[in-house]
Design a protein around this ligand. Structure first.
Ligand code: MG
Length: 274
């Protein structure tokens, strides 16, 4: 590693030392203009003209006591103070309780939906199952993070609570169980970090399914998994003949007082896009 770093710095320093004359002397961007082209045909290896990624503040991680700070380019959907970024199923302000930096499923309040719609994204959600735990199987700490209002990553108290595998916490509900059960105890904050790619449609047909990568409490539980279709209960999920590329995020009301905090997403772009 040290050798590689030294070489990289040596290359950068050498390139940075080069100047070209314009109206004023201007420092040339580090890199090379005589290296082979990469397979995309747009950029050379170490291309000096390749745009630099935007600089962001990565924020901080959460602890049990305190939610972390989102990255500076995140769209914050819930910062612990209010539900202004959310609506209920009829478009009205939600009746879910907000206190002490979290929101709580209201029971009878129905599921809630982000007012913003989005597709490809990095999504961060923190949730906490009720204590003391009540009920069992699907009746214990059930909620759901439903991306684009179609694709459910299950929220459930799966700490010493057995249910069908593809319905436990962090399952792609009805399709794939998580690779491992990384559930914390009820009453403890848990994180989902999700990379999501929306389905692609072309000429009235599915061109590519949605893909999802999920980390539960920092542990990889789905690795670029192709989603079979919008969530189904007791049926095989499948795509229709067309669909949107964006949708709201739904947090499911399944009648259990699950809590949420620190919810944000970052719309995803491709490489070299500002
Ligand atoms: Mg659910």
């Amino acid at each position: 590693m040290r050798t590689i770093l030294c070489l990289a710095f040596a290359g950068t320093a050498a390139a940075a030392a080069q100047f070209w004359a314009g109206g004023h002397a201007q420092q040339k961007s580090p890199g090379y203009d005589d290296t082979p082209m990469l397979p995309d045909g747009k950029w050379r290896v170490h291309d000096s003209k390749r745009p630099h990624p935007k600089v962001i503040d990565p924020g901080t991680s959460s602890t049990q006591d305190r939610p972390g700070k989102p990255p500076s380019d995140a769209v914050v959907l819930f910062d612990g103070t209010d539900l202004s970024k959310w609506r209920d199923g009829k478009g009205n302000p939600p009746t879910w309780k907000v206190e002490n930096g979290y929101m709580e499923v209201a029971g009878k309040g129905g599921s809630i939906f982000s007012r913003e719609t989005f597709g490809d994204c990095q999504l961060h959600v923190e949730w906490c199952a009720p204590v003391p735990p009540k009920g069992d199987s699907q009746g214990r700490g059930n909620s759901g993070v439903i991306i684009m209002n179609q694709f459910e990553i299950q929220v459930l108290d799966s700490y010493e609570n057995v249910t069908y595998a593809d319905g436990q916490a962090a399952a792609i509900y009805g399709q794939y169980p998580p690779l491992v059960n990384a559930c914390r105890k009820p009453g403890e904050w848990q994180t989902y970090d999700i990379a999501f790619t929306a389905p692609r449609w072309k000429e009235g047909k599915l061109d590519a399914p949605a893909y999802v990568t999920v980390f539960h409490n920092g542990v990889l539980v789905h690795n670029h998994t192709a989603i079979l279709g919008p969530v189904q209960h007791r049926n095989v999920a499948k795509y229709g003949s067309s669909g949107p590329s964006k949708g709201p995020l739904q947090l499911q009301d399944h009648g259990n007082p699950v809590r949420y905090r620190n919810i944000w997403y970052r719309p995803l772009k491709g490489y070299d896009e500002p």
